[in-house]
Structure formats: structure tokens, C-alpha cells
Design a protein around this ligand. Structure first.
Ligand code: ATP
Ligand code: MG
Length: 392
């Protein structure tokens, strides 16, 4: 039976001060995920994060936490009392637990002498303990280059810790470590994937969705709520702003050339999202755009939307990704099935027959002169609906 799960976190380049914040955020998220099981204790010990199992199942626990952002790898380990003789006891325990007895296997010991006051070098400890293992287990032989089982031992002042497995975790950075980002989320495949990817880099998520009710229906709104609800599994709670774009679209439709409909509406979306982001302390916008995927996602199209965002960066994590790759991620995170349900989208209302693919910024600004931009933006925000979506 295992005693602890070792959690390795962090990227190699993380600085010291950040490391502390990083670990604290990770501990908080781990505790939250495991809070139903009172026997499991998450703690910062031995310069890292560990979960004390208190007789609970290790693999079960690992499966519960391995997809938490910031968890790079995990090891189910046993803890033995301190001292050299106890180290051998620990090694025997892990062998009995993990290496089949009725079959020949190769192993390698990898002992780290963390207690430097112990007067035997780790190379010597490896040789000595290796010999003891060979004497005790007929089915085992040493292979230092390509062992089937590498037995890692931490020879510490207060305990011995022993494990063989390193299970890969989700990686990324703990939720919230990099502040808050505001995603423009549609009911499509891309923006939920973009949300996931940026949350994975340590952002809390604020979400804005634009609809054209009553042209778009309740079901299309519910679809976005479902997607956001699913995303809370990764991102934690999400505040969702539902903004009706219809009045703005009508105004553009009436006063501006048809082929600029899409790009002009998108500029309004960005302005509105930016204002909401500022109000709710977000320091970035996030979109699911990918270069060349649709008419509005050309370099000039992106310039036209970027141009109205002046107070924060716009993150487009999918910009260089092929659709197949985006779909693979959507399937992995479980948003794909909901995303492909056919519903009306606000962008399909007043859809131009031939949208401008090379929109000129100069022209755009001219067209906008006839619109009362600030007023339209503020009114849409005032009328918006806010929902708190909690972790499912
Ligand atoms: P998606 O699959 O995310 O809908 P898409 O390939 O359909 O993306 P567009 O419709 O051009 O591309 O939208 C590009 C980006 O603009 C989206 O990824 C999203 O970030 C934002 N966006 C589009 N429509 C909406 C909407 N109704 N509400 C909020 N954001 C939107
Ligand atoms: Mg879309």
C-alpha cells in the first residue's frame, strides 16, 4: 500500500517568488478537488507538494488530480522511517508492491542522498543496496541503461521515500496564477478550446457571449451555457455575460455597406468585451480565431479587430492550428459533441453574401463615423445578463 502521492509541478524556468505562488495556487486547487475525501491531506513538504493517502487508494487519487493544471507528473510512493536499514525495508516494500515475482525483470536503483550528513556516497549506497536486492530476489537483475523498473529512493534526514513510477500530469500552470482573461465565447468548436488552452496557462476565465435574441433562440443560449458549464471542470467558476448584439447589428445593417457587416460587428464585440474585461479586472481578451479559417480571419481582418483593443493584449491560442488539431483537443476536453449541435449564431444573422476578406482600416473607420459607437456599446452592456456558472 502506498503512503503518499508526490506531485511535481512547475516549469524549469519558474522564478523563486513565482514558485511559491505557483505552489500555493496548486495546493488550493488540489484541496478543492479532493475536499470530499477527508482522509486525504494535501501539503507542502520536502520542498514540493505531496498528498498523504492515509490508507486511501493511490491510483484512484492520482486519477482525480492528474488533469489539474500545473501538475506535471505524479508518483505513488511509500514512506519508510529514516535510517539506512529502513531504506532497504522500503525498497523491499516497493518491489513487492510493483514488480511481479514470477517473472524475470531488470531494475536499477537511483538513490538520492538528501541527508548529506550521512557518511556514505550515493554511488556506494546504490551498489550496496543493489547487492542486497539481488540476494533477496532471484528473479531480478541489474540493467543500468535500460531497466524495466527504476527504483527512486530519497534518503532524507527524517524519512525514506521510495517510488518507481512517474505518471504524466496535465502540465500547464495553476489556475489563476496569471490573473484573469476574458474570452469571447461562441457556441462553436474553437472558442471553448481557446478558453481551455488559456486557462491551462494559469488564467481565471470571464466569458462574454453575443446573441441576437429573438433572431437567435433560447436553445443557442443554452448551448453556450452548457459549454461554459463543462469548461468549469477545467477553469473553475466562470462568470458569463450574455450580450444582445441585435440593435447594433440592425444599426450597422442600415447604415454601412453589406460586405463590412461581419467585420464591423466583430469590432463591436471586441469593444464590448474589452469594457467588460476592464470592469471585471481582466488583463487580456481571448478569442478562438485561427489564421485563414474564415473570411474575417485574415491578417487585415485581425488587424481591424485588434485595432479597437487598446488596453490589453488579445490572445489567440489557435492562430496557427489546423482545424483537425483543434477538433482533437475539443474531443479530448469534451466540448466537441455540444459544439457541433446546429444552432443559430448571432454571426449568421445579417450574414453578408460576400464578406470583405481584405477590409481596409481607413474605410472601416469612415463607415463607423455614422454610428454612435460609445452609446451603442454602453447600451448593450447595460442590458446584458450576467450568470455565475459554478463548478459542476
Ligand atoms: P468558433 O468555433 O469559436 O465560433 P469560428 O471558427 O466560428 O469560431 P468566427 O465565427 O469568425 O470563427 O469567430 C471567431 C472568434 O470570435 C470566435 O472564436 C470567438 O472567440 C469570437 N466569437 C464569434 N462569435 C461570437 C459570439 N457569438 N459570441 C462571442 N464571441 C464570438
Ligand atoms: Mg463561430
Amino acid at each position: 500500500m502506498y503512503d503518499i502521492v508526490i506531485i511535481r509541478n512547475g516549469e524549469i524556468s519558474i522564478k523563486k517568488k513565482n514558485k511559491v505562488d505557483f505552489e500555493n495556487a496548486l495546493v488550493k486547487n488540489l484541496k478543492y478537488r479532493l475536499h470530499k475525501n477527508k482522509d486525504l491531506k494535501v501539503q507542502k513538504v520536502n520542498g514540493r507538494v505531496e498528498i498523504s493517502l492515509n490508507k486511501q487508494d493511490a491510483i484512484d487519487t492520482i486519477n482525480k488530480v492528474k488533469d489539474i493544471f500545473g501538475v506535471v507528473s505524479l508518483s505513488p510512493a511509500i514512506v519508510e522511517e529514516n535510517g539506512y536499514e529502513k531504506l532497504f525495508l522500503g525498497i523491499k516494500r516497493i518491489i513487492d508492491l510493483e514488480i511481479p515475482q514470477n517473472k524475470k525483470s531488470s531494475f536499477k536503483l537511483n538513490i538520492k542522498r538528501i541527508d548529506k550528513s550521512f557518511d556514505m556516497k550515493s554511488t556506494q549506497m546504490n551498489i550496496d543496496m543493489g547487492e542486497r536486492v539481488l540476494k533477496e530476489y532471484n528473479n531480478l537483475h541489474v540493467d543500468v541503461l535500460n531497466p524495466e523498473f527504476e527504483i527512486y529512493c530519497e534518503f532524507r534526514k527524517d524519512v525514506n521515500i521510495i517510488y518507481t513510477q512517474k505518471i504524466r500530469g496535465e502540465g500547464g500552470m495553476p489556475r489563476g496564477i496569471n490573473g484573469r482573461g476574458c474570452v469571447l465565447i461562441s457556441g462553436g468548436i474553437d472558442s471553448p478550446v481557446a478558453t481551455y488552452l488559456m486557462a491551462r496557462r494559469g488564467l481565471f476565465i470571464e466569458a462574454v457571449h453575443f446573441h441576437s435574441y429573438p433572431f437567435t433562440n433560447e436553445r443557442s443560449k443554452q448551448k453556450v451555457i452548457d459549454l461554459v458549464t463543462h469548461l468549469t471542470n477545467y477553469c473553475g467558476r466562470i462568470r458569463l455575460h450574455l450580450v444582445n448584439l441585435l440593435d447594433i447589428q440592425k444599426e450597422i445593417n442600415e447604415k454601412c455597406p453589406e460586405e463590412y457587416m461581419t467585420i464591423l460587428s466583430r469590432r463591436f464585440m471586441m469593444r464590448i468585451a474589452q469594457n467588460i474585461a476592464n470592469e471585471y479586472e481582466c488583463t487580456s481578451l481571448i478569442t478562438g480565431e485561427s489564421l485563414g479559417q474564415v473570411a474575417s480571419q485574415t491578417s487585415l481582418g485581425l488587424l481591424a479587430t485588434d485595432n479597437v483593443v487598446t488596453t490589453m493584449p488579445v490572445f489567440r491560442p489557435l492562430i496557427a492550428m489546423d482545424k483537425e488539431y483543434i477538433i482533437d483537443i475539443a474531443k479530448k476536453i469534451g466540448t466537441y459533441e455540444t459544439s457541433i449541435i446546429k444552432e443559430e449564431d448571432c454571426c449568421t444573422v445579417f450574414l453578408p453574401k460576400k464578406p470583405a476578406t481584405q477590409p481596409k482600416l481607413e474605410k472601416i473607420m469612415n463607415y463607423e463615423k455614422v454610428l454612435n459607437v460609445d452609446n451603442l456599446v454602453n447600451t448593450a452592456i447595460q442590458k446584458s445578463e450576467i450568470m455565475e456558472i459554478k463548478i459542476r
